[in-house]
Design a protein around this ligand. Sequence first.
Ligand code: GLY
Length: 401
Amino acid sequence: MDVIVGGGVVGLSVAWRMAREGRPVTVVDPAPGKGASYAAAGMLAPVSEVTYTEGPLLRLGVASLRRWPAFAAELAADAGFTAEGGVARAEARALDLRADGTLDVAFGADDMAALGELAAYMEKLGLPVERLTGRECRRLEPMLAPSVRGGLLAPGDAWVDPRRVTAALLAALERLGVPVVRARATGLLYEGGRVAGVRLAPPSSDQEPEHEPEHEHEPEHGPGEVPGEARGEVRGERVVVAAGAWSSELAEVPVRPVKGQIMRLRSPRPLLSRCVRGTVHGSPVYLVPRGDGELVVGATQEEMGFDTKVTAGGLYELLRDARELVPGVTELEVADVVAGLRPGTPDNLPLIGPSGTPGLAYATGHHRGGVLLAPLTTAILLGEESELAALCAPGRFREIS
Ligand code: GLY
């Protein structure tokens, strides 16, 4: 049996794909779907998210985006997501997957020059991008500020609602009979020189979930179904650490928390029809429109350790910068503010695959791209994708054992 430590989009996706293949698997997480995935905006935007200095990450993102439509279709079907009347919803709608592109806008001469450089780099790589004038940008998005001077459209970029994705993954796991142990893994168990499971924190010392479960339907497993659980451990032939920013508490991985504060606004009518981003006062800001009228504004990037406080300063910066792009945002109702922790790595690439220790593998360090890279991550771990696996090989960091 594989033990997947971490119930975010990455860990749950790995568990779901393995279970689909008929492989026995158990997930361990004190509050599945309530960590970084709960805060994430869900941008599937490899072209507009990555700068020209990050070619390898771009390759991973483009490859994973290609996998998303089939991944979403299979997930929605496995989860049994249906609309009223029992008619199966189109999978894209069930997860709010939309592929209407990202518009990166510029205000001043410096921004325009930076976007121009990025466009040239993208064009050299053969990626589809379109340079637009300010007027063309406003024709696409009439709510943009009049001061927008130009932009770069990445028409192939997409986005999805990560909260729906984790809900779908949990539902799919339940239907496949995968146990989800709601406890914190505090350490690895070793036997005969290999990792043989994880130790669990006693129930009383588990931290309260940061966010209340919003889905009534939480999968449960029966007593005795998970080997060792009664003794405070979960045993398996292999442990996959997919614990995001907390991975370094379990294993020797160079993963650090990178705090992101994010805000959800509610709009009676959609203000935007695609993702819009830009750099304001030197900091990047993005706006992601959801199908239900929600507009996600994100996100700060802060090196604050394991701090998930939402601060007045963080929210002020987000709103100040978002208003520069789309002045109408200040009229909207605030629905939700959250801070999450991205798992950052020294080279901004994830760690996916076997570690140097028998019985231990990683699916962590996805930094800003956990949702985007989930389908590719599962493909690498299941041995379906060898070419890109080398870019994510955990062994590239010498200190990892
Ligand atoms: N991928 C967006 C973020 O990390 O803020």
